[in-house]
Design a protein around this ligand. Structure first.
Ligand code: NCD
Length: 336
């Protein structure tokens, strides 16, 4: 695809070669993300960071990625703090804010909302999550993480075996990740959820059409023994009609070190888009896994910065200039 000035709205817009190119550019961003070098290639550029739903990682890593390339960030958080609460349409908001920004990242609770916004925007728009629909940049950082974790085990994404666990109905990260895996060969996907929270049938069909092996189950222990990755997710309580309904499913699939040792292979990689629900009633990934070297969740979150730097550099067409603008950093950074 042509990246320059493009919106990033859905995984469906990518081909396999695009993914490989994004990951190559993400690798190029690592010294900047790790503060070994500094670049000001986006000096003067402005990111409009519009988060109309709660976010920690996605919002901060979009902003950090832009800052690390030398650009500045203007931010809106929460629907109630914006003129959308006064009845302004998404398209009017887009017409206005695209006059103030060079690129926009946006999260919104409604499916399709970011595409609608993008249709009226004069600058490129990146989808930071639209309802339960898609979260394309998360899928990219997830796959980048899978690739880097597997490479160290001398394996590749083709023939990957992955278990996705939890709220597969409303979880937009797993929806986008399934789309992305369809660009690769012979993947085995084990979908573990309460029957009411199963992966949408259209996505299951799409994976089968891609030639993937799909297993659907509501049992955890018996289904995590022959996978490379366990990808756990949070019950998306904000998408349920009532809190009581969400509570029915909370805590159904808990992974701790004892279960991991008994059922997983010794090098199975543990992932989660985060936030993990650490309340005792949920406890998706027990803190006793924190000492497990295969717990990749914080490496995964770190990878959000390099992948989003790569996307900004591609969209704003500065990939070739990043290194030309490089200089050493002035300050001390631990681990550098
Ligand atoms: C996810 C999201 O917002 O969809 N978080 C994230 O972006 N890392 C997952 C979640 O909220 O459970």
């Amino acid at each position: 695809m042509k990246f320059t000035a493009s919106h990033i709205l859905s995984i469906a817009q990518f081909e396999r070669a695009d993914i490989e190119y994004i990951f190559q550019v993400a690798d190029q961003m690592r010294p900047y993300a790790h503060r070994q070098k500094l670049t000001r290639v986006l000096d003067g550029a402005i990111l409009g960071n519009l988060f109309f739903e709660p976010s920690t990682r996605t919002r901060i890593s979009f902003g950090s990625a832009f800052n690390l390339l030398g650009g500045e960030v203007r931010e809106t958080t929460g629907l109630s703090n914006s003129a959308l609460a006064k009845g302004e349409s998404l398209k009017d908001t887009a017409r206005v804010l695209s006059g103030y920004s060079d690129v926009i990242a946006m999260r919104h609770p409604d499916n399709g909302s970011v595409s609608e916004f993008a249709s009226a925007s004069r600058v490129p728009v990146v989808n930071g999550g639209d309802g339960s629909n898609e979260h394309p940049t998360q899928a990219l950082l997830d796959l980048y993480t899978i690739q880097s974790e597997l490479t160290s085990q001398k394996r590749s994404i083709d023939r990957l075996r992955i278990a996705m666990i939890g709220d597969l109905r409303f979880g937009r990260t797993v929806h986008s990740l399934c789309h992305l895996l369809c660009l690769f060969d012979k993947v085995k996907v084990v979908l573990i959820s309460p029957s009411e929270l199963q992966m949408p049938e259209s996505i299951v069909e799409m994976m089968k059409e891609a030639g993937h092996q799909v297993v659907v189950s509501d049992q955890l222990e018996s289904n995590i023994s022959d996978v490379d990755i366990v990808y756990s997710t949070r019950i998306q309580e904000e998408r349920f009609a009532t809190q009581q309904e969400a509570d029915l499913y909370r805590g159904r699939f808990r992974l701790n070190q004892q279960i991991y040792t008994k059922y997983c292979q010794p090098n199975t990689v543990i992932m989660h888009p985060l936030p993990r629900d650490s309340r005792l009633s949920a406890n998706e990934l027990d803190v006793d896994l924190d000492a497990n070297p295969n717990l990749a969740i914080f490496r995964q979150a770190d990878n959000g910065v390099v992948v989003r730097m790569a996307l900004f550099a591609l969209i704003l067409d500065v990939v070739d200039q990043v290194d030309a603008h490089a200089r050493p950093v002035n300050w001390y950074t631990p681990g550098r």
